[in-house]
Design a protein around this ligand. Structure first.
Ligand code: MG
Length: 168
């Protein structure tokens, strides 16, 4: 269980991930979480920096699909704004939603990365499917009360990662 919670990589912000980071690892498709990964939780705004990041990825030939547990109108708003496919009410970490995203991306697990801010949904779900998982720091301190409770558990789990290279 613990190993399934450990991401392959970690970043302070998604914007710092270059196309080369993915291409050099043989990754062609990105499954990206919405709230506090791509945009601030609950806000109907995306920063210029993140919008440019999406454009750079697409221009480099990478495909992107938003995978979010949030309600449809919210996920649709950003999918249409960025002109990328999206899946709402995804019930991460269940496997089905990740399979659906890979169908849309037309990738196999070895070619697919998951980017998200939550260990128990994004990272655990991605690792279960043998995808390349990237854990990002949340964009905003605002989030659901239930998510805040999970952060406490994340910190406990994170302690067990200390001996891993990415957390040094
Ligand atoms: Mg999130």
């Amino acid at each position: 269980m613990l190993s399934k919670l450990c991401p392959h990589s970690r970043t302070e912000t998604v914007a710092s991930l270059s196309p080369e980071f993915f291409i050099s690892r043989g990754i062609r498709g990105l499954i990206i979480d919405l709230d506090n990964t791509l945009v601030a939780w609950g806000k109907y705004k995306i920063t210029r920096e993140m919008r440019a990041w999406v454009q750079t990825m697409l221009a480099s030939g990478l495909k992107i699909c938003i995978l979010s547990n949030a309600v449809e109108h919210r996920v649709r708003f950003f999918g249409e704004l960025l002109d990328i496919p999206w899946i709402s009410r995804a019930t991460k970490p269940r496997k089905n939603s990740f399979k659906r995203a890979m169908e849309i991306l037309q990738t196999i697990p070895e070619e697919t990365a998951v980017i998200g801010d939550q260990l128990f949904t994004d990272i655990f779900g991605g690792n279960r499917m043998a995808l390349y998982t990237i854990w990002t720091a949340p964009i905003s301190p605002q989030e659901l009360i239930s998510t805040k409770a999970m952060r406490y558990l994340e910190r406990l789990v994170q302690k067990s990662f200390r001996n891993k290279e990415i957390f040094e």
